[in-house]
Structure formats: C-alpha cells, structure tokens
Design a protein around this ligand. Structure first.
Ligand SMILES: Cc1cc2nc3c(=O)[nH]c(=O)nc-3n(C[C@H](O)[C@H](O)[C@H](O)COP(=O)(O)OP(=O)(O)OC[C@H]3O[C@@H](n4cnc5c(N)ncnc54)[C@H](O)[C@@H]3O)c2cc1C
Length: 265
C-alpha cells in the first residue's frame, strides 16, 4: 500500500493523533498495528531484536540483560501507563522529537534500525537515522520493522535520568542515559553517555566517554563530568527552559547517572 499509493503510517497513535490538532487525518493512513511479523522482542545469538510494534509496556515486561535497565527506566517515564500500553518504541524513534525519551538509552546501546519496504531491507545506525528535529532518514515507503541492539555490553550497569517541570507525565527539559562497563580491575572498560532535549537530536558525548575509560569505577565517578565535555550539545531557549539551565541540568543528570551506574555494581 505504501509503495503503490503512499500514506502516513499509524502505529500506537499517541504522537500521530495529538499532532493533528484540529485538522482532519490525512486522506491515506496506513495502520500497521496488525503486522504480526514485527511484534515482540527476541534475544538472538548476537543481538536483541525489538520488533517495530513493541510497546513501552511490553519492553518493561520482558526480561532483558542489565544494560537495558536505562531504556526500561525511560519506558516507565513515558507519559502514563495508558500511553505506555499503546505507544511503540519505533513510533518514538520515527517521530524523532528532540525530547523523545527512548532515543538516548538506545543510542547508548548502539542500536541499529531495520527499515523495510516492498523493494528490500536496509539497516542504519540510530545515530545516523535521526538527522534533526523530527527528521529521519526514513523514506516514505519504509516501515521501521526492527530495532537491533548488539549483545556487546550486556552485563554493564546502566541508568536513565530525566528532568521535567514536574515528576510525572512531563516532556523532558533534559535527559541522560549512561552505560558503564567495568573491567576485572574495577576500572571503567567502556563508558557510553547520551543526552537528549539539549540539541535537535539526542547525542552521545564521545569526549566524556573517552575521558572516563580506564578511571576507577567507584563512587564519585560523576565528578569526572564537566561543562566543557558538553560542548557538542546545542541547547535552545524555549518555554520549558533556557539554554543555560538545560546545560546545567544535563551536567547534573550526567553526574548522577554515572554515580548511579557505579553504585549499582
Ligand atoms: C499524554 C502523552 C504523554 C507522552 N509522554 C511522552 C514522554 O514522556 N516521553 C516521550 O518520549 N514521548 C511521550 N509521548 C509521545 C508518544 O507517546 C511516544 O513518542 C510513542 O512512543 C509514540 O509511539 P506510537 O506507536 O504511538 O507512534 P504513532 O503516533 O503511531 O506514530 C508516530 C510517528 O511515527 C511514525 N511511525 C510509527 N511507527 C512507525 C513504524 N514502525 N515505521 C515507520 N513509521 C512509524 C508515524 O507515521 C508517525 O509519524 C507522549 C504522548 C502523549 C499523548
């Protein structure tokens, strides 16, 4: 249908319908919610496959390795239970809001995206897939069929922290996902940190990740984070916060998330 006559994809509808406002739905809507082939989560030999129709509630309910704790924490903070029951992980990525809570933890997991159309399948990294505020590499005839997470860092500790104007049902002012893998000597073998709501698309912080490698993975790790390492971010002033406040909030969340990772060892 998408190849022949186009149309807008409808999945859980929790971004689709609010975005319409008072306008009627477009003429052609392609409801993909019956596609059994892209339902569910599967743990394969070298990756975890999150099907394109997986809801946030399904993700939370699925037993997954420790490095998925951050994405599960994000899932529990997306809207309320009703939204988590309908909204899908894929819908969050395709909508590509700078404040999409699913993006930072999946960036930290080095997730890849499988896009399927009538002519074939292609895989792109999530970091390449989202190119800006509500802009992705998805072509109009493609369905996000699977999110692929390589099984490279499974036993690593992970954390997700989000700041909004209130505790629940809130759009993020800043959010941070961190994954810390410890080596046998109690040092950081690998650090992955991603920040959302502080640039047009959420981003990893490679400078900070490099600075953390090899340092002792113990309480106080968060103090290694500094404002200079946030240079790749480009927060904006808007109704929710100023750019300066966002930077400050991101740094505080990074420090807390790093400490949470090492405290949970
Ligand atoms: C009250 C409320 C609170 C919310 N709170 C949060 C929050 O705290 N954090 C947060 O991040 N989000 C929040 N959201 C936004 C939303 O719930 C999530 O982004 C959700 O994951 C979207 O998934 P969906 O299946 O409902 O997407 P839909 O609304 O069905 O689709 C969203 C967009 O993605 C496209 N799309 C969907 N699935 C696919 C696919 N498989 N392949 C290709 N294109 C696709 C659609 O065409 C559409 O453009 C909230 C929404 C509401 C209404």
């Amino acid at each position: 249908m998408l190849a022949e006559s186009g149309g807008q994809i409808l999945s859980g509808g929790t971004d689709f319908f609010p975005a319409l406002g008072d306008r009627p739905a477009p003429d052609r809507v392609v409801d993909i919610s019956g596609l059994a082939a892209i339902k569910g989560i599967a743990v394969e030999a070298d990756h975890v496959r999150i099907g394109g129709l997986t809801t946030w509630s399904e993700l939370v309910a699925t037993p997954l390795p420790r490095c998925f704790d951050a994405v599960k924490s994000a899932a529990r903070e997306i809207g309320g239970i009703q939204i988590q029951n309908r909204g899908t992980v894929a819908g969050n990525l395709c909508n590509a809001s700078p404040a999409a809570d699913g993006v930072p933890p999946l960036l930290a997991l080095d997730a890849e995206i499988e896009l399927v159309s009538s002519v074939g399948m292609r895989r792109v990294s999530l970091s390449d897939f989202i190119v800006g505020n509500r802009k992705t590499l998805r072509r109009p005839n493609e369905i996000l069929a699977n999110i692929i997470v390589p099984r490279t860092i499974e036993d690593a500790a992970s954390a997700f922290l989000k700041l909004g104007a209130r505790r629940y049902l809130v759009i993020s002012i800043a959010m941070v996902a961190a994954i810390i893998k410890e080596d046998d000597n109690g040092k950081v073998a690998e650090a992955r940190i991603a920040v959302g709501s502080c640039s047009a698309a959420a981003q990893r912080l490679p400078g900070l990740e490099k600075a953390l490698a090899g340092v002792p993975a113990r309480n106080g790790l968060g103090a290694r984070g500094s404002l200079e390492q946030l240079a790749p971010l480009s927060p904006i002033d808007d109704v929710r916060a100023t750019a300066t406040y966002r930077n400050d909030a991101a740094l505080t969340l990074i420090r807390r998330a790093l400490n949470a990772c090492v405290e949970s060892h």
